[in-house]
Design a protein around this ligand. Structure first.
Ligand SMILES: Cc1cc2nc3c(=O)[nH]c(=O)nc-3n(C[C@H](O)[C@H](O)[C@H](O)COP(=O)(O)O)c2cc1C
Length: 358
């Protein structure tokens, strides 16, 4: 078999396993992202009507009905085309943005490209970004192949995911991170699109954020600890595949990482580039809290996957509910526009204080 096709088949099987485990098992972190430990100060005299609340914003020139993005999930296996199509249709209808899942399958086997391109076909106007993993930058990276794919998808941005915890626990993982920072600097200079860097559930520290800002990265998605837990996902998968050493490793490291709220607070204090809050964001209130802390957007993966697997209509209602929750938080803090959220006062309880004092 052709080497690229063989690799793509392996990557696709892994994606199918990930989706199935995330849907069937409890893969949420045993420890919290921190949102319930942060309380926005209530304003009993908001001096606005609920209908005056304007939740709209924009991302790299694209309008968003509210600051919510569908985080990276999928592409590659043929069954993922329907998932990407349904999420993109909802994104188009509701004026929201979408990060596609890792491009790995398509780079190894171009016959899988349609599972990603479908997003642009059904959502011509949305902010749409493609996604590549750090290990793919570290070894045998081909910029021209990536640029061709970006142009096929008509993407508006490139996302690079940093996932060292996941790679080390994954059966056949690729914990290759040497040279990744230089490669990020290289693609920032050569890709001619905004480059966004994200984690996948272990958070970004202020030191890493500062390095990424220095490299010219356009935005950071903190994707902290507290939501989908990749140590747990890979631990379950490793056990199923008979690798009990990696299974035990995943269990041990399931509380490893920086809770999303803590990551967000320390990144916001140290960098000026836009921040995306994710990793355990589970409501419109969590999105509002994220903006108060300095994020420009909130994003979700697992709840979106669970909802879209029920139906496109379910995802559409889920998004409407998020918007209702977000607008309610704006109303109760007296904010007419999303930029005003930054000025809202908040309390943190002892759980968060203990993290921030370290
Ligand atoms: C089934 C599934 C597949 C994912 N695939 C990718 C991926 O290909 N690339 C990536 O950067 N993140 C991927 N993620 C991680 C999410 O984008 C996100 O960072 C993480 O799940 C935390 O958000 P959550 O708690 O809202 O799920 C995936 C998440 C899920 C649930």
């Amino acid at each position: 078999m052709h080497k690229g096709k063989e690799m793509s088949d392996k990557v696709q099987r892994r994606k199918v396993d990930h989706i199935s485990i995330c849907l069937k098992e409890n893969v949420e972190s045993p420890t919290s992202a921190g949102f319930e430990h942060l309380h926005l100060v209530h304003n009993s005299l908001p001096e606005i009507d609920f209908e005056e609340v304007n939740p709209s914003t924009s991302i790299f020139g694209h309008k968003l009905s509210f600051p919510f993005l569908f985080d990276s999930i999928t592409g590659g296996p043929k069954e993922t085309k329907a998932i990407n199509q349904a999420i993109s249709e909802v994104a188009q209808e509701k004026s929201l943005g979408l990060f596609l899942g890792s491009v790995r399958s398509a780079l190894e086997d171009p016959s899988t490209k349609d599972t990603y391109i479908v997003a642009r076909d059904v959502a011509p106007d949305i902010f749409l970004a493609v996604n590549i993993g750090a290990p793919q930058l570290s070894r045998n990276f081909d910029l021209d192949k990536l640029k061709n794919f970006i142009s096929d998808v008509k993407a508006d941005a490139l996302v690079v995911h940093l996932n060292p915890l996941q790679e080390v626990i994954q059966v056949d993982g690729e914990p290759y991170f040497r040279g990744v920072y230089e490669k990020i600097r290289y693609i920032v200079k050569n890709v001619n699109l905004p480059v966004i860097v994200k984690e996948v559930g272990a958070g970004i520290s202020k030191e890493t954020a500062a390095k990424l800002e220095l490299a010219g990265v356009s935005a950071i998605n903190v994707a902290g600890l507290g939501g989908t837990n990749w140590a747990i996902v890979e631990s379950i998968r490793s056990r199923k595949l008979g690798d009990h050493s990696k299974g035990a490793l995943g269990k041990l490291f399931s509380i490893w990482g920086i809770p999303s709220v803590v990551s967000l607070i320390e990144c916001a204090q140290n960098v000026k580039i836009p921040l995306i809050s994710s990793g355990g964001v589970r409501s419109g209130l969590d999105i509002a809290k994220s903006l108060v802390l300095g994020a420009k957007y909130g994003a979700m993966a697992l709840p979106v996957l669970k909802s879209v697997k029920k139906s496109k209509l379910d995802l559409s209602s889920f998004v409407d509910q998020l918007l209702f929750e977000f607008k309610t938080a704006m109303f109760l803090t007296g904010c007419r526009s999303v930029t005003e959220l930054k000025t809202v006062r908040y309390f943190i309880d002892s759980y968060l204080r203990s993290w921030l004092e370290r």
